[in-house]
Design a protein around this ligand. Structure first.
Ligand code: EPU
Length: 421
């Protein structure tokens, strides 16, 4: 278990390359199950979650080759229709193999993912959508056992609330169903558009991705394709907040404002300057105070829940008070006690946290609790006086590629240290 030692107070200057999006890469990798041909994916980040999914796909019969950031996945035959608990419980995105296996093989046995640190996170919407497409579903010993006695067929599905995972899962299953599927109240995240583009390149007929109504006309089979994974908007937003907290100017290569949705306006209100340039997004914070600005998380284009913790770190240093409300997950304030160890003044009341900005935070040992919470400690540590030691770095390695190297390259004093515990 590595730790990250940060000496705060250095401004960040230079260029930093934003990697392919974790949450898109994981889904387009699963799409490889939908064709017997080779799906080539470019710009795939080298992350623990990606390696974990490769392990599951290999178990299912996918041949995987990696060269740099390019992955080639070939699923000649699906050799196992079962996704075991040991893998699915570690990474929820792997539950999305259910629909593709079912679409190709007519049966699947996939472990329920279980809860996770940020909330209960059920999969009822995924299962209801597959049932609407004709799947018969039973739950047995923690597994979903699904069959399609007469194949998957198109259906009209209205989601009661927006779910990224259920939208993606339904899109993949519907791509090989007989007839048209209409998804209403669908998620609009850039990762949805990315998956749709990948599926379309594989021969799927999809319209409306990125809007709240997605229409998918099923086809008999999909073919191989090459697809480039979209830039990681959460990595981009996190580094933008690091600039906000520590000061300086970064060119976030491959980034663009549109990927931030409303977070772009919020960051400007908070005192950053953002501009699209050829090659990336330029983020600047010079001398201006950080302004306390209220935020409520929401599905895209609203403020992303995956940036909430990092934004709270930024607001801990703001001039004034801000109220930050988490509306997507029920337990996503685990960073609060850790930020308070650095001196932040935060009071939680239900779904909302009131943050009174401080002039300075002071370095301290802190513990990472989940992926995005860990990044908030880094944002705070980069601005805090003295040393912040972030333990349990494996959470960060799940979702931020070469974090320490990237930060060092723009002037941050950070160092990965081996944990002796
Ligand atoms: N939900 C249900 N039933 C379902 C599905 C979702 O009740 O069947 C609830 C969830 O518990 C949550 C809300 O609906 O309260 C929204 O969940 P959603 O399905 O949109 O989230 P997800 O697909 O499980 C993805 C990302 C998350 C990100 C959310 C929201 C991946 C692998 N994960 O999760 O990313 O926070 O969308 O944008 O794409 C992360 O990267 O750190 C992360 C948690």
């Amino acid at each position: 278990m590595d730790k990250l030692a940060i000496i705060g107070g250095r401004e960040l200057y230079g260029e930093l390359a934003i990697s392919g999006a974790k949450n898109s890469a994981l889904k387009v990798m699963v799409a490889a199950l939908l064709t017997a041909d080779t799906l080539t994916l470019e710009n795939v980040p080298d992350l623990a979650d990606v390696r974990q999914l490769i392990q599951l796909l290999t178990h299912l019969g996918v041949e995987v080759e990696r060269e740099g950031s390019t992955l080639s996945l070939t699923t000649g035959d699906i050799s196992s229709t079962e996704a075991p608990y040991d893998i699915v419980r570690k990474m929820r995105a792997s539950f999305n193999v259910l629909g593709p296996i079912l679409a190709r093989e007519g049966k699947a046995r996939v472990s329920l993912p279980g809860g996770c640190a940020i909330g209960a996170r059920p999969v009822d919407l995924h299962l209801k959508a597959l049932e609407a497409m004709g799947a018969q579903i039973e739950l047995d010993e923690g597994y979903v056992i699904a069959t399609t006695p007469s194949g998957l067929r198109g259906a009209e599905i209205t989601f009661p609330f927006v779910s990224v995972g259920a939208t993606e899962h339904s899109m993949m299953a519907a791509a090989l169903a007989v007839g048209e599927t209409v998804l209403m109240n669908a998620a609009k995240e850039p990762e949805i558009i990315d998956l749709a583009e990948c599926l379309i390149a594989m021969g799927a007929r999809i319209e409306g991705a990125g809007t709240e109504t997605i229409r998918i006309k099923g086809v008999a089979s999909l073919h191989g394709a090459t697809h480039q994974v979209v830039a990681d908007r959460i990595e981009m937003g996190s580094y933008a907040m690091a600039v906000g907290a520590a000061g300086g100017e970064l060119l976030l290569k491959n980034g663009r404002r549109a990927l931030l949705g409303e977070a772009d306006v919020i960051l400007e209100q908070a005192g950053l300057t953002l501009s699209d340039e050829e090659g990336g997004l330029r983020v600047t914070k010079w001398g201006r105070p950080t302004v306390g600005t209220n935020v409520e998380t929401a599905p895209f284009p609203g403020f992303p829940t995956d940036l909430q913790a990092q934004y709270m770190a930024l607001m801990s240093l703001a001039d004034g008070t801000s109220v930050i409300c988490e509306k997507i997950f029920e337990n996503r304030f685990m960073h609060v006690p850790e930020l308070m160890r650095l001196g932040a003044d935060i009071h939680i009341d239900g779904q909302c946290a009131t943050v009174k900005g401080k002039k300075v935070l002071k370095g301290a040992p802190v513990m990472a609790t989940d992926l995005r919470a860990s990044m908030s400690l880094i944002v705070a540590g980069l601005a805090a006086e003295g040393q912040t030691m972030v333990s349990r770095l494996y959470h960060l390695d799940r979702g931020f590629e070469r974090l320490d190297e990237k930060l060092q390259s723009v002037g941050a004093l950070v160092e990965r240290v081996k944990d002796e515990e």
